[in-house]
Design a protein around this ligand. Structure first.
Ligand code: S3P
Length: 446
């Protein structure tokens, strides 16, 4: 078997021969992407020093760091060991003289808009790559406008580039039509500097890293867990903290599925964030018959962390819908891969949000897995996958989407023959050393 990365005209090709060994070992995954963004952002707008250990060095957090550096925040060189931020305080960000570029990162753009909207008297223009410039920003622009924000952009102010004229905002109570941590976090950040109560109510609970970290930095937050309701009582000023970022369960998900589907495998993934708003993947894999054990559970800077042990086992299809969807939203592409190896039908519903991620993940997974021989039906809000199928390697596309690249790489491991994934450089958005870890768990490198 072999796993090689080659340079092609339009990026990189990842070429994978089917695996003929069981996956073994103890591994670690890079820092959690959501927590990395929030640590950089809160560190930038807090007063005093914030130190971050375990920061994800992917392209997305780099975009966040460079945007805040353009607004005058001193951030040391990014490293996993330690990043030091000299926070300016919310009111002291400077007006950048050029565009703020969020790259491929929806989290950077949406959370940052919550901060920029309230920077009275300052003017900003935010943009991103071609994927981000086609993703809906109205979900944050509209509630921010209700708070008094002035934001302009294409398609009725919904598409970046967006121009923001900072204003004095007023608090609102917002019933979000979607369960989105990006929307919730944007509005909480907008509420931070203003007098009164800014409340967000979600239809289902989305990841709550912002709530936890804002509290740790000294914000006054009230939560009603039964009503999925969170309030920030402003104005509060934040104080710099030490943040230790756990491994990203969304990155661990690729190894969980790989170990489950490649016979004889056993992996331990150490130091993974297991915040209950993110662990839907563990519950679904267990329901599918996966052999998973959580070990060494602990709390690290306000977030639950543990080691995950997984052994291969036969999988069966299941239904994935309703309240669990926001708790595994980024893992649906890799769960689709697991479903192709599972006995019976897996139905994924209520996942229409996947159509507005870095790519239309429903359409792309249906198309690319079908090329490999899977039986996949695309639904308006999900996928229906019947297994088990013997996938056969072929040429597939990443669509510039990191999670598609890595999901297809795991499918390729367990497929017959050779798979070539085009545009594989996309993995560096959230997992810079993905290919090296892939080679390691397959025993190709030590
Ligand atoms: C994120 C929230 C989710 C997720 C994204 C990261 C965050 O998006 O898909 O990868 O860090 O807040 P939505 O909030 O839009 O669902």
């Amino acid at each position: 078997m072999s796993i090689t990365l080659t340079t092609a005209e339009s990026g990189q090709n990842l070429i994978i021969d089917s695996v003929d060994v069981a996956l073994q070992g103890k591994i670690r995954v890079p820092g959690d992407k959501s927590i990395s963004h929030r640590a950089l952002i809160l560190g930038a707008i807090a007063s005093g020093e914030t130190t971050i250990e375990g920061l994800l060095l992917g392209e997305d957090p780099r975009s966040t760091a460079s945007c805040f550096a353009s607004m005058g925040v001193e951030i040391s060189q990014l490293s996993t060991e330690q990043v030091i931020i000299n926070g300016l305080g919310l009111a002291n960000l400077s007006e950048p003289s050029d565009l703020l570029n969020a790259g491929n990162s929806g989290t950077t753009m949406r959370l940052m808009l919550g901060i920029l909207a309230g920077q009275a008297g300052k003017f900003f223009t935010v943009t991103g790559d071609s994927s981000l410039r086609s993703r809906p920003m109205s979900r944050v622009v509209k509630p921010l406008q209700q708070m008094g924000a002035q934001i302009w952009g294409r398609k009725d102010n919904s598409l970046a580039p967006l121009a923001v004229s900072g204003q004095s905002l007023r608090p609102i109570e917002y019933h979000s039509p979607i369960a989105s941590a990006q929307v919730k976090s944007c509005l909480l950040l907008a509420g931070l500097g203003i007098e009164g109560r800014t409340t967000v109510i979600e239809p289902r609970l989305s990841r709550d890293h912002s709530e936890r970290m804002l509290q740790a930095f000294g914000a006054n937050i009230e939560r009603d867990f039964l009503a999925n309701r969170v309030t920030i009582i402003g104005p509060t000023s934040l104080t710099g903290q030490k943040v230790i970022v756990p491994g990203d369960i969304s990155s661990a998900a690729f190894w969980l599925v790989a170990a489950a589907i490649v016979e004889g495998s056993e992996l331990v993934i150490e130091n993974v964030g297991i915040n209950p708003t993110r662990t839907g993947i563990l519950e679904v894999l267990q329901e599918m018959g996966a052999n998973i054990r959580l070990e060494n559970q602990r709390i690290v800077t306000g977030e639950p962390v543990g080691d995950i042990r997984i052994k291969s086992s036969p999988l069966r299809g299941c239904e994935i819908s309703g309240a669990i969807i926001p708790r595994l939203i980024d893992e649906i592409p890799i769960l689709a891969v697991a479903a192709t190896f599972a006995q019976g039908t897996t139905i994924i519903r209520d996942a229409q949000e996947l159509r507005v991620k870095e790519s239309d993940r429903l359409a792309v997974m249906a198309k690319e897995l079908t090329k490999m021989g899977a039986q996949v039906l695309e639904l308006p809000d999900g996928l229906e996958i019947t297994g088990p199928t013997h996938l056969v390697g072929t040429d597939v596309e990443s669509y510039g989407d990191h999670r598609i690249t890595m999901s297809l790489a795991i499918a390729a491991l367990a497929a017959q023959k050779t798979t070539t994934i085009r545009g594989a450089e996309a993995a560096t958005i959230s997992y810079p050393n993905f290919v090296t870890t892939l080679q390691k768990v397959c025993g190709i490198i030590l």
